[in-house]
Write a protein that binds this ligand. Structure first.
Ligand code: NAP
Length: 259
């Protein structure tokens, strides 16, 4: 009897802009063995437009990853299609700058829903469909390295992503599934349109900002090399090392002086 070959796919969340969109462009250029790229976000027009720009077949999946019933629909799609997931890239996320006691609590809890809970749930649901030598790329941030005044919840969510993903990497090694956590500093995307919408800005942004193309290129190379971490640019790598050596109280004090 003829055995049906499983469709080889890559799944990208947060594909409607910024890093997620750039992952789609770069995978399209280099990952010719894929049968399809699944593009997940809420903005349908952006996903449809992106899918038309790719050479590989792409499936726009309009979904709010923070909504349980929409996640259930996605899980049903995975079950029905019985795909082989070559790569899962969790980019969906947002940050909000400002004092914890001054920002809307609903918007702040939303960061936990999207950055932590949805990323965890989607990773869990995709693992059974992942093939040997599959890759998971998790978007954390350099904000994961130390607590951050006026970015408290966001930094905490990214610390969660980093901690969770490093542990998961150790667990999944025996299945030959390789997890890489990406910790960029500021990147030129729409991220800051949301993060700075209440007027608080990131002091070091202008000095350290990098284009999404560089972050994604490094992340894909590091994932290919089965590296645990991908930290783009010299200043952010240095920050990561200092965060391991210098007491966080000192770093918080110095960061508080930067305006
Ligand atoms: N840019 C930076 O400076 C920077 C630095 C370090 C880490 N990161 C991290 O990198 C990731 C990507 O950020 P980016 O810079 O590419 O920002 P971005 O351009 O604002 O993209 C964020 C993406 O997340 C999607 N998203 C947000 N909430 C969602 C939800 N509830 N359901 C589904 N999709 C949702 C958005 O799509 P829709 O609005 O269409 O749903 C969008 O595609 C984030 O996790 C961010 O924390 C960014």
């Amino acid at each position: 009897m003829k055995q049906e070959r499983k469709k080889k796919i890559a799944i990208i969340t947060g594909a409607s802009s910024g890093l997620g969109q750039e992952f789609a462009f770069q995978l399209d250029r280099i990952f010719h063995e894929l049968d399809e790229i699944w593009l997940i976000a809420r903005r349908k027009d952006r996903l449809v437009e992106l899918s038309k720009l790719l050479d590989l077949p792409a499936r726009p999946i309009v979904m709010d990853v923070a909504k349980e019933h929409e996640i259930r629909g996605f899980v049903e799609m995975l079950q029905k299609e019985d795909v082989s997931v070559r790569m899962l890239i969790n980019c969906a996320g947002y940050g909000l700058m400002g004092r914890f006691d001054a920002l809307d609590i609903g918007e702040q809890l939303g960061m936990l829903e999207v950055n932590c809970k949805a990323l965890t749930r989607l990773t869990y649901e995709c693992i059974p469909y992942m093939c040997k030598n599959g890759r998971i790329i998790q978007l954390a941030s350099s904000a994961a390295f130390v607590p951050q005044k006026n970015f408290a919840i966001y930094a905490a969510t990214k610390s969660y992503v980093l901690s969770f993903s490093r542990a998961l990497r150790e667990e999944l090694k025996e299945k030959s599934i390789w997890v890489t956590t990406v910790c960029p500093g500021p990147v030129e995307t729409e991220f800051f349109d949301i993060a700075e919408k209440y007027g608080t800005t990131l002091a070091v942004k202008k000095l350290t900002i990098v284009p999404p193309q560089k972050v994604v290129k490094d992340a894909l190379l590091d994932s290919y090399d089965k590296k645990a971490l991908s930290v783009c640019s010299f200043p952010i790598k240095t920050f990561g090392i200092l965060a391991k050596i210098i007491p966080h109280s000192c770093i918080l004090h110095i960061m508080g002086l930067l305006k």
